[in-house]
Structure formats: structure tokens, C-alpha cells
Design a binder for this molecule. Structure first.
Ligand code: UDP
Ligand code: MG
Length: 340
């Protein structure tokens, strides 16, 4: 392909495999969509005229999706299929896709044809303009209003307020990432939805761009109202990560110090009235209060230390994989990756 078609920044970033674009699609029971999906995405990518690969991650489907993908991969040079041992959830499936992606840019989309394959080019070209992450914005989203649109409006607002990066549509799967941004993420739970927020915390340049959205043609959504609750819980986690996780000792420790200082001030006051005014302080509630504050202060300090130590273990333990790969099928040379 003519490399000159790429922006200088992406040109320079082409890695040893020569791949520019990896498209990652998580698949959980999408049998009916798969042939059309691979076809359409393949056509769009061929038209983009750059070295690409398509990675479908089968997230423990039970409807024969994995076998179907396997068959298609035997006929196509551009498709790699990563089959997970069981259903680990969309975030884990995406993490697996990221791990196998060799392109300098990664674009993700859903496997149910709700995203428009032609928009892969839209987010890719936006990224070229100098962003690290481009998020799709489904301006006319084709989902149920009560169970999906309203909760997600609320979620977008909340996530924006908590994380400081306000996007209209966190939940849109169609996103483009500079590879290093995607590779730095440790996904679990529902965290794929917060990728822009996590990337923003790491200093990524983020923008959004309107994309199309279609109603689901085959099968059903894997999610309902229950996800709104899980997303809310994960939002707490993000907030915790943003503020507490980095230096818990700074938070708990400062409360501890303040508590001890107040306790010392109260004790000094009590000591002054006992020794200089000869007052009896034995039955003063203030004395008890000072003692309690002192103990609380010591406890907060120890808790901060403990949390600090836990955080170190936490960061170390991030190396633990959140999914297991059963099999990898198809596609070129860079196949000897550590199966996560
Ligand atoms: N998905 C997955 N694992 C899961 C649930 C979903 O890989 O446990 C995939 C699913 O096949 C689809 C994408 O994630 O490609 C989004 O799922 P879905 O379309 O059900 O979500 P919605 O569009 O309703 O938000
Ligand atoms: Mg969908």
C-alpha cells in the first residue's frame, strides 16, 4: 500500500509487523451476524488501502460462533480468531483482542452490526489528526429508550463529572486507539466502557466524533438494566482509582495527622486548666474526646500505611490475566504471543 497515504505520525509509528490497523471485535453468540459482519468490515478495510488485520475474539459463545469464525478464517488471510475458554465478558474479550493486536492503531466495534463498518474509517482518520483516542458518538442511537438510553444518559453525565472528561457517549463500542494507549489499559469488570476516562487519567488526547448506529438485526442484546448498576459500581472504582489509589497514605495519613493534632490541642488545653487553674478534669467529656481522637489518628495512619502496601501488591497483581485463551486460528506471522 502507498504509505504516503498515512499521516507522518502514523507512518513513523508502523511497527515491525508493518500493520497499521487492527480491528478488534468481541463476539458472544452472534452467529447470524458474523458472515455479513466479516464481509462488510473486510470490504471497508480493503478500501482503506492500508496493512490491516481483523481480530474476532470469541467470548465463549454457545451458538457455534467460534466454529463459524474458524471456517471463515480458513478462507481469509486477514482474519485472526482468538477463542476464549469461556464467557469472560466484553471487557475481557476486548483485552484479549488488544493483546493480540499488532497494528499501530486499534479500532474496536461490536459484532452485531449495530455499528456501521464504514465508520471504522471515520474514527481512524480522526485519530490521524493527532489524538490518542477517538470515541464514537451515536447521535441517533437505535436502542430501547427506557432500559438503555435513559440509564446511559445518566451514566455519561455521571462519568463525565467524576472523571473530568465529558463525552456524550461513553458506551459506544466504536473507538480508535493508538496502540500504546490500548496496551497500557488493565481492563476488567465493565471497565471497557471507561476506557476514555482511564486513558485521560494517563494523559491521552481524547475526542469524539458522530457515528451511525443501527438497530440490532439478529439475536438480542447481552445487557439489560442490570448493567446500569454494575456500571455505577465501576464508576466508584474509577473515582477510587483516580483519587485514593495513587497515594492512599496521603489521604488517610492527613486525616490521621489532623486528628492527632486536634487531640494534642485538647490535651494541652486540659493540662493548662488542671495545673494552672487547679480544675478537676477527671469527669470532663473533652478528655475522653481527646483520647478517642488520638487513637483514631493512630489508626488512620496505620490504615494509610496498610493501604499503601496493598496498592503496591495490587499493581503487581495486575499481571494476572483476566481471561484464558483456548485457541488462536488464522492470520499471518505474529502468532506466538503469550496467550495472555
Ligand atoms: N459481548 C461479549 N461478551 C459478553 C457480552 C457481549 O463479547 O459477555 C459482545 C457482543 O457479542 C457484542 C458486544 O460485546 O459484539 C456488545 O454486546 P451487545 O450488542 O449485547 O451490547 P449492546 O449493543 O446492547 O450494548
Ligand atoms: Mg449491540
Amino acid at each position: 500500500m502507498p504509505d504516503s497515504a498515512l499521516s507522518p505520525s502514523l507512518n513513523a509509528a508502523i511497527g515491525p509487523t508493518g500493520l497499521v490497523l487492527s480491528v478488534v471485535i468481541p463476539i458472544y453468540n452472534e452467529y447470524d451476524s458474523i458472515p455479513l459482519l466479516v464481509d462488510q468490515v473486510g470490504t471497508v478495510l480493503t478500501e482503506m488501502n492500508l496493512p490491516y488485520e481483523l481480530i474476532c475474539v470469541d467470548d465463549g459463545s454457545t451458538d457455534g460462533s467460534a466454529d463459524l469464525l474458524r471456517q471463515i478464517a480458513s478462507r481469509r488471510q486477514d482474519l485472526q480468531v482468538v477463542i476464549l475458554r469461556r464467557n469472560y465478558g466484553q471487557s475481557a474479550a476486548m483485552a484479549a483482542g488488544f493483546n493480540y493486536a499488532a497494528g499501530r492503531v486499534i479500532v474496536t466495534l461490536d459484532g452485531d452490526l449495530q455499528n456501521e463498518p464504514a465508520d471504522i474509517a471515520t474514527v481512524f482518520h480522526k485519530l490521524e489528526q493527532g489524538y490518542d483516542l477517538v470515541s464514537g458518538w451515536r447521535q441517533s442511537r437505535q436502542d430501547n429508550t427506557l432500559t438503555r438510553l435513559l440509564p446511559s444518559k445518566l451514566a455519561n453525565w455521571l462519568i463525565g463529572k467524576v472523571t473530568g472528561i465529558e463525552l456524550h457517549d461513553y458506551g459506544c463500542s466504536l473507538k480508535a486507539y493508538r496502540a500504546e494507549v490500548a496496551h497500557d489499559m488493565h481492563l476488567y469488570g465493565e471497565l471497557h466502557r471507561f476506557l476514555p476516562a482511564l486513558a485521560f487519567i494517563e494523559g491521552a488526547r481524547i475526542t469524539e466524533i458522530p457515528v451511525r448506529h443501527h438497530a440490532r438485526r439478529f439475536g438480542q442484546s447481552k445487557y439489560g438494566l442490570g448493567r446500569a448498576f454494575r456500571v455505577l459500581m465501576d464508576l466508584f472504582t474509577i473515582y477510587f482509582m483516580k483519587t485514593f489509589l495513587t497515594r492512599p497514605m496521603h489521604i488517610f495519613g492527613s486525616f490521621g495527622i489532623v486528628s492527632i493534632l486536634i487531640s494534642l490541642a485538647l490535651s494541652t488545653y486540659l493540662a493548662v486548666i488542671k495545673f494552672f487553674r487547679q480544675a478537676d478534669i477527671g469527669n470532663r467529656p473533652l478528655l475522653l474526646f481527646a483520647v478517642v481522637l488520638f487513637i483514631a489518628g493512630i489508626q488512620l495512619l496505620s490504615f494509610g500505611l496498610l493501604a499503601e502496601m496493598m496498592m503496591r501488591t495490587y499493581h503487581e497483581s495486575q499481571r494476572r490475566p483476566i481471561y484464558r485463551v483456548r485457541e488462536v486460528v488464522g492470520c499471518s506471522a505474529h502468532r506466538d504471543q503469550p496467550g495472555a
